[in-house]
Ligand binder design. Structure first.
Ligand code: NI
Length: 199
């Protein structure tokens, strides 16, 4: 049951990313100089445990963004481990120009303190963000992030969240330039971040 659901979700994800890719490609053909996904994502402000964080304040940095939740049994752990390992492949100078963000799509359980503590376990440079369900949903929707609360009958956790697993790499100009798909190795993540730093 869980597996079939995950497969369905992966299928949906693939369809969405292909859709975004094709659509962006079509946009690209009429505007050949436009790089990345200018109509995906966009500026937002959410809460970290050290105060509000606004994407517009991070211009000049490369900002990989991942959406997940701290109770996630596996997918987020894999992704955050890979992001962390990718960050560790960067030089100190490169790392100082990269600001990874993790946005909780489960703000009912993930307050800024909890999500901050969670992501720092993977890498001290990652900022964990949360907010009201409404605020988080708006940001997720702008990124076409699919997420859904799933009731768990036999668990004291109560529910889990199915969610898409894409790293959105925002370039120095604030525009998303690359989507990194689930399962990308740390080397691949580091390569994409370097390209964004050079671009
Ligand atoms: Ni997850």
């Amino acid at each position: 049951m869980k597996n079939s659901k995950q497969i369905l979700l992966l299928g949906l994800l693939a369809a969405v990313s292909i859709g975004i890719g094709l659509w962006a490609g079509m946009q690209g053909s009429s505007k050949p100089k436009t790089e990345g996904y200018p109509d995906l994502g966009g500026d937002f402000t959410l809460m970290s445990d050290k105060g509000p964080v606004s994407l517009q304040d991070l211009r000049g940095k490369v900002v990989p963004i991942y959406f997940g939740f701290t109770h996630c049994p596996d997918v987020c752990i894999t992704s955050l481990s890979n992001i962390s390992a990718g960050l560790k492949l960067l030089t100190e100078d490169e790392l100082s120009r990269v600001q990874p963000l993790f946005i909780s799509i489960d703000p009912e359980r993930d307050d800024p303190a909890r999500v901050g503590e969670y992501v720092r376990y993977f890498h001290p440079g990652i900022i964990g963000l949360s907010g009201s369900l409404d605020d988080v949903t708006k940001v997720a929707k702008k990124h076409f992030v699919i997420f859904e609360k799933v009731k768990l009958d036999d668990s004291e956790m109560g529910y889990t969240m199915d969610h898409s697993s894409i790293i959105y790499v925002v370039g120095k100009d604030g525009v998303i330039r690359t989507l990194i798909h689930h399962g990308e190795a740390p080397e691949g993540i580091a390569k994409v971040l370097r390209e964004a730093l050079d671009g």
